[in-house]
Design a protein. Structure first.
Ligand SMILES: Cc1cc2nc3c(=O)[nH]c(=O)nc-3n(C[C@H](O)[C@H](O)[C@H](O)COP(=O)(O)OP(=O)(O)OC[C@H]3O[C@@H](n4cnc5c(N)ncnc54)[C@H](O)[C@@H]3O)c2cc1C
Length: 415
């Protein structure tokens, strides 16, 4: 019944793009509008990991204590720039409020559900559309220097087992045998076979090509500021003098989603969590699979000819500046775990904003004010992983089909 109906998707990141793909498959006429360039938000320079086993949210007393300890350390994995920002203060309070076993479990359930088919869905999409984006399913290593942290990571195993995503423990000797690029100072690692990786900037370029071929209209450099509405229905998305009419609308604006709060009729507790990445040619002695350097929050992703180091979390509003201390910290962190690796020939230094919710779950729900406007935002540190599940779910809801996952955990009214 929806065939030929129009949908306008606001935001051309991975969430908007994959949602467009599934809606187009179901016969919708799709337009994507982006305020900048398609694919150049957080979806551009991230680490490219599909990690459906990252079910635990950041919310934990342990992370709270670590965060407080890091406040005055300029190269710490987490930085909160001191400033008067009531929205950030409220967000931090809500984050702390969710640091309890019950809420962590609720979050883990919701995260696991939306990510459970990520690898299969990406595999199908990439093969079906011949997307050239360095797709590989080789697993990943979570490497520890501290024996205590290494063992503690294992204690979350029971919970992970419950979700069928249990990693394998490798002591130092086994780790050095499996990954000779790793240096001697490590205590051990956990190998997760449920991890795939791809090159996200290439994924976005390829999605743009495929969507355009399929007739999806992509409009760039156009910022949507609100909706023209009739009663509880939006009739058009408004961008300056331009009006884009449609039957349904999807707000997939990532970290910028709260800027549309008034139009949506709700307060989305999403903060921009700034992260950095550095991309360069793959050096000799590079690891062969993605590695998490656990104590530092830094990740290395190797592709055929390049590597990317990424990480750090900075709550500093929409501050676009590249902080050299934090970029250098990525390189130093990796060197501390690897043997004889020399990074050279940096091609790209980048920062982007993760859309961080206070409970680690995305928001996938209808606007409380406008019945035909769906929100699909707040995918935290896992938007690439959650994109196929989210896109599929939104396309099912808009098409009136039975959803493949229960959308309840992602409702707006939980805040
Ligand atoms: C350093 C780093 C590493 C990461 N690594 C991983 C990883 O390995 N795996 C993983 O799963 N996730 C990772 N992430 C998280 C992931 O990148 C994000 O969760 C994901 O990209 C969010 O996608 P999105 O489409 O919601 O947002 P974005 O990609 O930011 O897209 C939102 C788009 O909306 C547009 N927009 C905003 N407002 C408007 C408006 N009013 N009108 C029109 N357009 C608008 C923006 O221009 C932008 O293009 C990482 C993030 C960072 C920063």
């Amino acid at each position: 019944m929806h065939k030929g109906f129009k949908v306008v998707i606001i935001g051309g990141g991975v969430i908007g793009a994959v949602t467009a793909y599934y809606l187009n498959q179901k016969g919708w006429r799709v337009t994507i509008i982006d305020k900048d360039r398609f694919g150049y938000g957080a979806s551009h320079g991230n680490c490219g990991l599909i990690v459906p086993d990252h079910i635990l949210p950041l919310n934990s007393t342990d992370n709270l204590i670590k965060g407080i300890g890091w406040v005055f350390k300029k190269d710490a994995p987490l930085l909160i720039k001191p400033r008067l920002d009531p929205a950030l203060a409220t967000w931090l309070m809500k984050f702390a409020f969710h640091c309890n076993q019950k809420d962590i479990l609720v979050s883990a359930e919701g995260r696991a559900a939306i990510m459970q088919s990520a690898i299969d869905l990406y595999h199908a999409l990439i093969i079906e559309e011949s997307l050239d984006c360095g797709w590989e399913v080789k697993g990943a290593l979570h490497i520890f220097k501290s024996r205590k942290d290494f063992e503690n990571y294992g204690s979350a195993d029971a919970l992970k087992k419950h979700f069928g995503v249990s990693p394998t423990s490798l002591d130092r000797k086994l780790l050095l045998k499996q990954e000779p690029a790793v240096g001697d100072k490590v205590a051990g690692a956990w190998f997760s076979r449920h991890t795939a990786h791809l090159r996200p900037d290439n994924l976005m370029k390829e999605l743009k090509r495929v969507l355009a071929q399929k007739g999806v209209k992509i409009i760039e450099q156009t910022e949507v500021t609100g909706f023209m509405a009739k009663n509880d229905q939006a009739v058009a998305a408004v961008a300056g003098q331009e009006h884009f009419s449609a039957d349904q609308f999807v707000v997939a604006t990532g970290a910028w989603a709260p800027l549309l709060n008034r139009a949506l009729g709700c307060r989305l507790p999403i903060q921009p969590g700034k992260g950095y990445s550095v991309t360069m040619p793959r050096p000799q002695n590079s690891p062969s699979i993605p590695c998490f350097f656990q104590e530092t929050g830094v990740v290395i992703t190797p592709w055929e000819s390049d590597i990317r180091l990424g990480g750090t979390m900075e709550f500093a509003g929409f501050d676009k500046s590249l902080n050299q201390v934090r970029l250098d910290a990525l390189l130093h962190a990796a060197q501390g775990y690897l043997r004889d690796v020399k990074f050279a020939g940096i091609q790209d230094e980048w920062c982007g904003w993760r859309p961080m919710t206070c409970d680690g779950l995305p928001i996938i729900d209808r606007s409380p004010r406008l019945e035909n406007v769906m929100i699909a935002a707040g995918h935290n540190m896992l938007g690439l992983t959650m994109a196929p599940g989210t896109g599929k779910l939104v396309s099912e809801i808009l098409s009136g089909e039975a959803p493949h996952v229960d959308p309840y955990p992602y409702r707006v009214s939980r805040f």
